[in-house]
Write a protein that binds this ligand. Structure first.
Ligand code: PHE
Ligand code: NA
Length: 501
């Protein structure tokens, strides 16, 4: 493709892509339950504080690194300081792990969109998902007993990804996000509109929004708020660095960060309303309390929602809109995750886009297809997801912030860069918040999670399994990142190793 196709045509395209990355499963299946479980309406206070004191400031930091050094995460960090290259590879490694299992969740959402028409789960959605559909093995181990329908759907997801990434930054990534994000918003608004008319919906909303003010005195509620914001904005692991590198030199970065941060949170609150209206209906229909049916993640999407779809008026429409939205939200996030990897190897090896896409996507797809659409894939997904999110992302974000501040005092340079191109100017507050508040919070979260997992193990899973695919995977990423940072750069890229003006 032409060189111009390797940049976003303008700020609007970038914002669509950045929102596409941010709005994902975290908004739809994670936020509603986290809010409900951590003080309901009162949760909005720590949540907003976390957005303003961590989410948006770190988003700006990522944009600054990507936009000033105009490269993939490893090269951008290297240009900042050669010793920092490893951080970029670490972030890239996290994206590899997430990509491997994100594809299968996408496959489930695609298939459940179709299942919604016939309500394929009958009157037992839990049994259907676990036994009929995923055929989950009792044994927690690794097997290659493939579940072919899921295998094929996952392969289709990878193929779609390959096509979009081949088409380039503007014609592929930019355009697909500019189409899918508005569509996603419209679909979700209709879904929420229908959910609000269901009998019992108001009971669900009461359960979600009734504030428990005493929650504000509980440190775990604050950790949950910061955790949700870090997860939901996907700051600190290379995604926003990569996308910001594709922005034109004169681009309003801080203004964009505000738009993306608030758009993501708005979508999250909208999802909370839709999900809890539907759960309120489910509770009313079953004659139980909302607390009996409130849940998150796979249980919410693939067990609770099918039950709602079976019983609600316009159930088929709710199903198509809900699972379609889940698939679109997942796909646009997945694009951003894999583009981090493509960009990194492309820079390091001096490849053209089509070659880099093939070199990255084909092996990823093979590993993803080997390990996840199997009778043992669900347990693997569970462990890998928990460890990469609770330790990998948090630790990588912590180290990168510490390096940019205490390590190499890059914050003043990055702030000046942001101010030189942006409308919303940053002062000392941003430096203090990004440089001091966020590392403290991230450090606290990391210690909190470490002590919890060391004390209690993970989810009653066999320790060897957790050691290999949890701790081993998380530690392995650091080692691999170190080794990759020691490999030489392609002569083609190193020729362009100029420090930015
Ligand atoms: N932040 C996205 C969400 O809220 C998920 C995501 C994870 C996106 C990893 C990109 C990378 O669901
Ligand atoms: Na999000």
């Amino acid at each position: 493709g032409s060189a111009s196709n390797e940049a976003f045509s303008g700020r609007t395209m970038f914002i669509f892509a950045a929102i596409g990355s941010a709005v994902g499963l975290g908004n739809i299946w994670r936020f509603p339950y986290v809010a409900y479980d951590n003080g309901g309406g009162a949760f909005l206070i720590p949540y907003l504080v976390a957005l303003l004191t961590a989410g948006i400031p770190l988003l700006m930091l990522d944009y600054a690194v990507g936009h000033r050094y105009r490269a993939s995460a490893p090269l951008a960090y290297r240009r900042l300081h050669p010793k920092l290259e490893m951080i970029g590879w670490w972030q890239l490694g996290i994206c590899v792990v997430i990509a491997l299992y994100y594809a299968i969740i996408l496959a489930w959402a695609m298939q459940y969109t179709i299942f919604s028409f016939t309500k394929a789960w009958g009157d037992d959605p839990a049994g259907f998902f676990m036994s009929d559909y995923m055929q989950v093995s009792d044994e927690v181990t690794i097997s290659f007993n493939f579940i072919w329908p899921v295998f094929i759907a996952t392969a289709i997801a990878w193929l779609a990804l390959l096509v979009v990434l081949m088409m380039g930054v503007q014609k592929g990534i930019g355009r697909i996000n500019a189409i899918l994000i508005p569509l996603l918003v419209v679909m979700f608004l209709i879904m929420v509109g229908i959910a609000l008319t269901l009998p019992g919906a108001s009971g669900g909303l009461d359960a979600l929004f009734t504030p428990s003010w005493e929650a504000l005195g509980d440190s775990s509620v604050w950790v949950a708020a910061y955790g949700q914001i870090f997860f939901s904005l996907s700051v600190g692991f290379g995604i926003m660095i990569t996308y910001a590198a594709y922005l034109k030199p004169k681009s309003d970065l801080t203004g964009s960060a505000l738009v993306v941060g608030f758009a993501n949170s708005s979508f999250e609150i909208l999802a909370g309303i839709g999900v809890f209206a539907a759960l309120g209906f489910m509770a009313a229909a079953a004659g139980t309390g909302v607390d009996e049916v409130a849940t998150s993640g796979i249980g919410l999407a693939f067990i609770a929602f099918p039950a709602i779809i079976s019983e609600a008026p316009f159930g088929v429409l709710i199903g198509v809109l809900f699972f379609g939205a889940l698939a679109f939200a997942g796909f646009t996030s997945m694009i951003s995750i894999v583009e981090v990897i493509v960009a990194g190897f492309r820079d390091k090896l001096g490849l053209s886009r089509p070659v880099a896409v093939a070199v990255v996507v084909i092996p990823l797809a093979i590993v993803s297809l080997l390990f996840f659409p199997t009778t043992t894939g669900l347990n693997l997904l569970d462990v890998v997801d928990a460890f990469v999110n609770n330790f990998g992302i948090v630790a990588a974000a912590l180290i990168s912030v510490l390096m940019l501040t205490a390590g190499f005092s890059a914050l003043p340079t990055l702030r000046d860069h942001l101010n030189s191109v942006s409308s919303f100017k940053l002062g000392r507050t941003w430096m203090i918040v990004a440089g001091a508040v966020t590392p403290v919070v991230l450090g606290y979260m990391l210690i909190d999670q470490l002590t919890l997992n060391l004390a209690e193990g993970y989810n009653d899973m066999p320790q060897w399994f957790v050691n290999v695919f949890g701790w081993g995977m998380a530690g392995g990423l650091v080692v691999i990142a170190y080794l990759l940072s020691k490999l030489p750069w392609s002569r083609r890229t190193s020729a362009a190793f100029t420090s930015p003006a």
